[in-house]
Design a protein around this ligand. Structure first.
Ligand SMILES: [Zn+2]
Length: 139
């Protein structure tokens, strides 16, 4: 099921406003989140337009969480954060996705809750591609 107004469903230009594509996994599409105040921040978006973790079967949920863990492992190897924070918000988007937000001791928002979009750091597409390739190389 797709929603024509949903960035994660439509991908392309809509999702490019805030995310850069990394790859496709079993149940999800992986992106670099364009706001990079926490270097290496990623989004793992479920393939279907469902709102809640409880809206999918236990089997699909386990596979989605496994995708998130694969990306988290790749981020640990590629970017060496001190901690990864996990957030599934989507109050207005209603498309199941998880923000994987690497945190660095002494760095931006360390010790607190990460903002959805702090709007501080943006890179060029060439720089996003370098980050995306680092994730791909470590998956
Ligand atoms: Zn959607």
């Amino acid at each position: 099921m797709k929603d024509n107004n949903c960035a994660y469903c439509m991908q392309g230009e809509l999702v490019a406003k805030f995310a850069y594509p990394v790859c496709e996994l079993e149940t999800s599409f992986v992106y670099i989140f364009k706001e990079q105040s926490k270097p290496g921040r990623c989004v793992v978006a479920y393939k279907d337009h469902v709102s809640e973790l409880v809206s999918i079967s236990a089997e699909q949920r386990a596979a989605f969480i496994e995708d998130c863990c694969k990306v988290a492992n790749a981020m640990h190897k590629a970017f060496h954060p001190n901690k990864i924070n996990y957030g599934t918000y989507g109050d207005t988007g209603c498309h199941l996705h998880m923000h994987l937000c690497p945190k660095y001791e002494g760095g931006d928002e360390w010790g607190g809750t990460f903002q959805m979009n702090p709007g501080k750091v943006y890179l060029t597409d060439a720089e996003y591609e370098v980050l995306a390739q680092k994730v791909r190389d470590n998956l």
